[in-house]
Ligand binder design. Structure first.
Ligand code: G3P
Length: 217
Protein backbone atom coordinates (compact mmCIF):
# COMPACT_ATOMS: atom_id res chain seq x y z
CA UNK A 1 0.00 0.00 0.00
CA UNK A 2 1.33 3.50 -0.79
CA UNK A 3 0.98 6.30 1.75
CA UNK A 4 0.22 9.80 0.46
CA UNK A 5 0.30 12.86 2.69
CA UNK A 6 -2.97 14.78 2.47
CA UNK A 7 -1.61 18.26 3.08
CA UNK A 8 -0.16 21.34 1.39
CA UNK A 9 1.96 22.32 4.41
CA UNK A 10 5.61 22.10 3.36
CA UNK A 11 6.98 21.61 6.88
CA UNK A 12 4.71 18.58 7.36
CA UNK A 13 5.79 17.08 4.02
CA UNK A 14 9.44 17.69 4.92
CA UNK A 15 8.95 15.97 8.31
CA UNK A 16 7.33 12.92 6.73
CA UNK A 17 9.89 12.84 3.90
CA UNK A 18 12.73 12.61 6.44
CA UNK A 19 11.05 9.50 7.93
CA UNK A 20 10.67 8.03 4.43
CA UNK A 21 6.92 7.65 4.79
CA UNK A 22 5.65 9.70 1.84
CA UNK A 23 5.01 8.02 -1.51
CA UNK A 24 3.00 10.99 -2.78
CA UNK A 25 0.92 14.02 -1.81
CA UNK A 26 -2.70 14.98 -2.36
CA UNK A 27 -4.07 18.48 -2.12
CA UNK A 28 -7.49 20.03 -2.69
CA UNK A 29 -8.83 23.61 -2.60
CA UNK A 30 -9.61 23.36 1.13
CA UNK A 31 -6.10 22.18 1.98
CA UNK A 32 -4.58 24.91 -0.20
CA UNK A 33 -6.72 27.52 1.58
CA UNK A 34 -5.66 26.12 4.97
CA UNK A 35 -1.98 26.31 3.98
CA UNK A 36 -2.28 30.00 3.10
CA UNK A 37 0.17 29.38 0.27
CA UNK A 38 0.08 30.45 -3.38
CA UNK A 39 -1.41 27.42 -5.16
CA UNK A 40 0.90 27.08 -8.13
CA UNK A 41 4.00 27.95 -6.09
CA UNK A 42 3.25 25.41 -3.35
CA UNK A 43 2.54 22.68 -5.90
CA UNK A 44 5.90 23.38 -7.56
CA UNK A 45 7.58 23.31 -4.15
CA UNK A 46 5.95 20.00 -3.17
CA UNK A 47 6.84 18.46 -6.54
CA UNK A 48 10.47 19.42 -5.96
CA UNK A 49 10.45 17.88 -2.46
CA UNK A 50 9.17 14.42 -3.38
CA UNK A 51 9.56 12.11 -6.36
CA UNK A 52 6.07 10.63 -6.13
CA UNK A 53 2.76 11.89 -7.57
CA UNK A 54 1.32 15.21 -6.35
CA UNK A 55 -2.40 15.77 -6.88
CA UNK A 56 -3.40 19.35 -7.77
CA UNK A 57 -7.12 20.01 -8.18
CA UNK A 58 -8.77 22.17 -10.82
CA UNK A 59 -11.12 24.90 -9.62
CA UNK A 60 -13.48 25.15 -12.58
CA UNK A 61 -16.70 23.05 -12.59
CA UNK A 62 -16.96 23.21 -16.40
CA UNK A 63 -15.16 20.99 -18.92
CA UNK A 64 -13.45 23.81 -20.82
CA UNK A 65 -12.14 25.38 -17.62
CA UNK A 66 -11.01 22.01 -16.26
CA UNK A 67 -9.01 21.35 -19.40
CA UNK A 68 -7.44 24.82 -19.43
CA UNK A 69 -6.58 24.69 -15.71
CA UNK A 70 -5.44 21.07 -15.86
CA UNK A 71 -3.03 21.89 -18.69
CA UNK A 72 -1.52 24.68 -16.54
CA UNK A 73 -1.21 22.38 -13.51
CA UNK A 74 0.28 19.48 -15.49
CA UNK A 75 2.93 21.83 -16.89
CA UNK A 76 4.13 22.82 -13.38
CA UNK A 77 6.08 19.58 -12.84
CA UNK A 78 6.44 16.06 -14.25
CA UNK A 79 4.90 14.49 -11.15
CA UNK A 80 1.70 16.57 -11.06
CA UNK A 81 -1.52 14.54 -11.15
CA UNK A 82 -4.54 16.57 -12.30
CA UNK A 83 -7.36 16.19 -9.77
CA UNK A 84 -10.91 16.35 -11.12
CA UNK A 85 -14.32 15.94 -9.45
CA UNK A 86 -16.38 12.92 -10.50
CA UNK A 87 -18.98 14.89 -12.42
CA UNK A 88 -19.96 14.56 -16.09
CA UNK A 89 -17.61 17.43 -16.92
CA UNK A 90 -14.89 15.92 -14.75
CA UNK A 91 -15.21 12.54 -16.45
CA UNK A 92 -15.04 14.17 -19.90
CA UNK A 93 -11.93 16.09 -18.82
CA UNK A 94 -10.49 12.84 -17.43
CA UNK A 95 -10.81 11.20 -20.84
CA UNK A 96 -9.14 14.25 -22.44
CA UNK A 97 -6.13 14.02 -20.12
CA UNK A 98 -5.97 10.21 -20.29
CA UNK A 99 -5.78 10.42 -24.10
CA UNK A 100 -2.84 12.84 -23.68
CA UNK A 101 -1.05 10.61 -21.16
CA UNK A 102 -1.56 13.07 -18.30
CA UNK A 103 -2.25 11.36 -14.96
CA UNK A 104 -5.54 12.09 -13.21
CA UNK A 105 -7.10 11.64 -9.78
CA UNK A 106 -10.92 11.55 -9.83
CA UNK A 107 -12.07 12.83 -6.46
CA UNK A 108 -15.21 13.20 -4.33
CA UNK A 109 -16.13 9.59 -5.06
CA UNK A 110 -19.03 8.28 -2.95
CA UNK A 111 -20.44 5.36 -4.95
CA UNK A 112 -19.12 2.31 -6.78
CA UNK A 113 -20.82 3.58 -9.95
CA UNK A 114 -18.82 6.81 -9.77
CA UNK A 115 -15.62 4.77 -9.41
CA UNK A 116 -16.66 2.56 -12.36
CA UNK A 117 -17.20 5.66 -14.51
CA UNK A 118 -13.79 7.02 -13.45
CA UNK A 119 -12.08 3.78 -14.45
CA UNK A 120 -13.89 3.72 -17.81
CA UNK A 121 -12.75 7.33 -18.37
CA UNK A 122 -9.15 6.26 -17.91
CA UNK A 123 -8.51 7.74 -14.46
CA UNK A 124 -5.10 6.97 -12.94
CA UNK A 125 -6.54 7.19 -9.42
CA UNK A 126 -10.04 7.34 -7.95
CA UNK A 127 -10.53 8.82 -4.46
CA UNK A 128 -13.41 7.32 -2.46
CA UNK A 129 -14.04 9.47 0.65
CA UNK A 130 -14.30 7.05 3.58
CA UNK A 131 -14.71 9.50 6.46
CA UNK A 132 -17.45 11.58 4.86
CA UNK A 133 -19.58 8.47 4.28
CA UNK A 134 -19.00 7.37 7.88
CA UNK A 135 -20.05 10.89 8.94
CA UNK A 136 -23.57 10.23 7.57
CA UNK A 137 -23.83 6.71 9.03
CA UNK A 138 -22.92 4.92 5.81
CA UNK A 139 -20.05 2.42 5.54
CA UNK A 140 -17.11 4.07 3.80
CA UNK A 141 -15.05 0.90 3.93
CA UNK A 142 -17.77 -1.08 2.15
CA UNK A 143 -17.31 1.33 -0.75
CA UNK A 144 -13.59 0.50 -0.88
CA UNK A 145 -14.39 -3.24 -0.86
CA UNK A 146 -17.01 -2.87 -3.61
CA UNK A 147 -14.71 -0.80 -5.83
CA UNK A 148 -11.91 -3.34 -5.35
CA UNK A 149 -14.22 -6.18 -6.43
CA UNK A 150 -15.47 -4.28 -9.49
CA UNK A 151 -11.98 -3.18 -10.59
CA UNK A 152 -10.67 -6.74 -10.20
CA UNK A 153 -13.68 -8.17 -12.07
CA UNK A 154 -12.76 -6.13 -15.15
CA UNK A 155 -8.99 -5.73 -14.66
CA UNK A 156 -9.18 -1.95 -14.52
CA UNK A 157 -5.79 -0.29 -14.01
CA UNK A 158 -7.24 2.64 -12.06
CA UNK A 159 -5.80 2.69 -8.55
CA UNK A 160 -8.02 3.01 -5.48
CA UNK A 161 -6.80 6.00 -3.44
CA UNK A 162 -8.56 5.80 -0.07
CA UNK A 163 -9.27 9.38 1.02
CA UNK A 164 -10.99 11.20 3.85
CA UNK A 165 -8.97 8.89 6.11
CA UNK A 166 -9.47 9.95 9.71
CA UNK A 167 -7.76 7.26 11.81
CA UNK A 168 -5.12 4.53 11.98
CA UNK A 169 -7.96 2.00 11.89
CA UNK A 170 -9.12 3.46 8.58
CA UNK A 171 -5.65 2.70 7.19
CA UNK A 172 -5.72 -0.91 8.43
CA UNK A 173 -9.24 -1.50 7.11
CA UNK A 174 -8.47 0.14 3.76
CA UNK A 175 -5.38 -2.07 3.40
CA UNK A 176 -7.44 -5.17 4.23
CA UNK A 177 -10.05 -4.04 1.69
CA UNK A 178 -7.37 -3.80 -1.01
CA UNK A 179 -6.95 -0.05 -1.52
CA UNK A 180 -3.78 0.72 -3.50
CA UNK A 181 -3.11 3.99 -1.67
CA UNK A 182 -4.22 5.73 1.50
CA UNK A 183 -3.95 9.50 1.65
CA UNK A 184 -4.10 10.89 5.13
CA UNK A 185 -3.31 13.88 7.33
CA UNK A 186 0.20 14.02 8.80
CA UNK A 187 -1.25 13.36 12.25
CA UNK A 188 -2.66 10.01 11.10
CA UNK A 189 0.56 8.91 9.41
CA UNK A 190 2.52 9.63 12.58
CA UNK A 191 0.00 7.69 14.69
CA UNK A 192 0.52 4.50 12.66
CA UNK A 193 3.72 3.60 14.54
CA UNK A 194 2.32 4.31 18.01
CA UNK A 195 1.43 1.66 20.62
CA UNK A 196 1.67 1.92 24.42
CA UNK A 197 3.11 -1.60 24.74
CA UNK A 198 5.90 -0.66 22.33
CA UNK A 199 6.72 2.35 24.50
CA UNK A 200 6.51 0.29 27.69
CA UNK A 201 8.65 -2.52 26.28
CA UNK A 202 11.29 -0.09 25.01
CA UNK A 203 11.48 1.64 28.39
CA UNK A 204 12.10 -1.74 30.03
CA UNK A 205 14.77 -2.70 27.46
CA UNK A 206 16.57 0.62 27.95
CA UNK A 207 16.43 0.38 31.75
CA UNK A 208 17.72 -3.20 31.73
CA UNK A 209 20.47 -2.29 29.26
CA UNK A 210 21.52 0.68 31.42
CA UNK A 211 21.76 -1.67 34.40
CA UNK A 212 24.39 -3.75 32.54
CA UNK A 213 26.74 -0.77 32.58
CA UNK A 214 27.82 -1.69 29.06
CA UNK A 215 28.14 0.49 25.95
CA UNK A 216 27.83 -0.54 22.31
CA UNK A 217 29.99 2.30 21.00
O1 G3P B 1 -8.35 14.04 0.26
C1 G3P B 1 -9.64 14.33 0.73
C2 G3P B 1 -9.58 14.79 2.15
O2 G3P B 1 -8.77 15.94 2.26
C3 G3P B 1 -10.95 15.06 2.72
O3 G3P B 1 -10.85 14.78 4.09
O4 G3P B 1 -11.56 14.77 6.45
O5 G3P B 1 -12.24 16.68 4.91
O6 G3P B 1 -13.25 14.40 4.64
P1 G3P B 1 -12.03 15.20 5.07
Amino acid sequence: MQFFADTAVLTEIDQLNKIGLVDGVTTNPTLIAKSGADFKEVIKDICSMIRGPVSAEVASPAYEGMVAEGEVLAALAHNVVVKLPITVDGLRACRYFADKGIKTNLTLCFTANQALLAAKAGATYVSPFIGRLDDINLDGMELIRNIRTIFDNYSFDTRILAASVRSANHVTEAALAGADVATMPTSVILKLAEHPLTDKGLATFLADWKATGQSIL
